[in-house]
Design a protein around this ligand. Structure first.
Ligand code: F0G
Length: 446
């Protein structure tokens, strides 16, 4: 049952077929190049695309825009302390700013970082320090038909093997990402977080949690982990982070804001070092690249994120989209994760070889058929990586209704009907950095 109602709305329009075809051509078959006006249901990302509450909008007005010592910062500190259990906070412009501040303070050339699965920006910040990012996902994390309650877990045994190979002294940081975005948004169990913290301790490494979707993860722990069902969601949310030496946070996810992030750090010395780096890259450490009003909204959003009815509905909405797609015969990763449904485009369009980007073709057809925007996370976005050709349909928080999800499923069903007619794509124009090509490359059918 919905525990909120709309107070402000944004009109959206479904362009006619001709308009959609024109828009897709003009965008070079890359939905990052589309104007958002031309999109009807936008599932490109759940990052910064959600709806704020009236309390958050009211808090904006309270924003204290002082350069130093802003009272908005004090309210963020208090929210982070209550909700996440950290006293030292550094606001940043978004999650990757927090990654820069933390990993820039901890890593040196030649280091190795272990993570259940690095998100792209995390991997890039590790690489930017000259360090190597190594993933330790559990068996089945990439298998769409694997069953498991916590497929986002960190494979601790694998982490230990890698440490034996490279030497513990080369691993200053162990990370776990909750939920595991790059493994289809699958959750991580509390027991696994504890074991990963123990591994970090054994290696004498810092333990960092990428907490972007910590509230959604806590919901899964409560639902699925033995012995957790009777606990308060907020307690579980806090316990998950209690094992960490530091957290990086994108407020655009589970702090329910459109922009913002922060790092939180336990150790006094590391906090001081990170603050210096924050001054260089983000801004004075009581505003960190954000307006005071943005910080206010984030402080309120963090508390709302651990409200049980909100988070239960949020995760259930994603599951509903998954069910509707399955009813329409679309192959998806199950169980669905916390923020998105991952469609196996390689399977749906199995006549298109991976080098012709079946995922990108599916993304284009979802747009052409119903002005639905998703994102390719396969051979187009990750050239050379051994990943399945998945398309992610990420659900913005508190934004769409069941009717929108039904439209997505109907669109996908229509695409499935015509799947044999679709041909692959080739890149005709791309930027110099291959890793970033999916954001701007142009493609043509072949
Ligand atoms: N970590 C994870 C797990 C993320 O999913 C993201 C962003 C970040 C860090 C970086 O945060 O965008 O605020 O700088 N994920 C978005 C997505 C972009 O679409 O999944 P940011």
């Amino acid at each position: 049952m919905r525990s909120y109602k709309a107070k402000a709305v944004t009109p959206i329009r479904l362009p006619d077929r001709e308009g959609r075809i024109e828009a897709l051509d003009a965008a070079g078959h890359n939905v990052f190049n589309l104007d958002s006006d031309a999109v009807y249901v936008d599932l490109l990302t759940d990052s910064g695309t959600g709806t704020m509450s009236d309390e958050q909008w009211a808090a904006l007005m309270r924003g204290d825009e002082a350069y130093a010592g802003s009272s908005s910062f004090a309210r963020l500190q208090s929210a982070v302390s209550d909700v996440m259990g950290f006293e030292h906070v550094i606001p940043t412009h978004q999650g990757r700013g927090a990654e820069n501040v933390v990993y820039g303070s901890l890593l040196e050339e030649g280091d190795v970082v272990l993570n259940n699965t690095h998100f792209d920006t995390t991997r890039a910040h590790v690489a930017n320090q000259g360090a190597e990012a190594v993933d330790c996902p559990v068996e089945g994390a990439w298998d769409r038909e694997a069953t498991g309650e916590f497929l986002g877990n960190f494979d601790v045994a694998q982490g230990r093997e890698i440490a034996d190979e490279v030497g513990a002294e080369r691993i200053p940081v162990v990370v776990t990402t909750i939920t595991n975005n790059s493994a289809a948004g699958q959750p991580v169990s509390l027991a696994n977080i504890r074991e990963t913290a123990e591994l970090a301790d054994e290696l004498d490494a810092w333990f960092v949690v990428d907490a972007c979707r910590f509230a959604e993860n806590a919901h899964f722990v409560k639902e699925r982990e033995p012995g957790q069902g009777d606990r308060a969601l907020a307690d579980i949310a806090r316990e998950q982070l209690s094992y960490a030496d530091a957290i990086t946070m994108s407020g655009k996810k589970d702090a329910l804001v459109n922009i913002g992030g922060f790092a939180a750090i336990r150790d006094d010395d590391l906090f001081e070092r990170a603050k210096q780096r924050a001054i260089l890259y983000e801004g004075f450490p009581t505003y960190g690249g954000l307006a005071g009003r943005d910080i206010e909204a984030m402080a309120v959003g963090l508390r709302e994120a651990v409200d049980p009815p909100y988070v239960a509905e949020r995760v259930e909405q994603v599951a509903t989209l998954g069910e509707l797609l399955q009813e329409a015969g679309i192959p998806i990763v199950t169980p669905t994760g916390g923020h998105a449904v991952y469609v196996d485009a390689g399977e749906l369009l199995d006549h298109i070889p991976t080098e012709r980007f079946p995922g990108q073709r599916l993304v284009c057809e979802l747009y052409r058929e119903g002005a639905v925007r998703g994102v390719e996370l396969g051979s187009f976005a990750f050239p050379g990586a051994d990943r399945p050709d998945y398309v992610r349909l990420a659900v913005p928080r508190r934004t769409y209704w069941r009717e929108h999800l039904e439209h997505v499923a109907e669109t996908a069903a229509a695409v499935r009907e015509q799947r044999e007619e679709y041909v692959g794509l080739e890149i005709v124009e791309e930027p110099p950095m291959k890793e970033l090509r999916h954001f701007s490359a142009r493609l043509e059918p072949v």
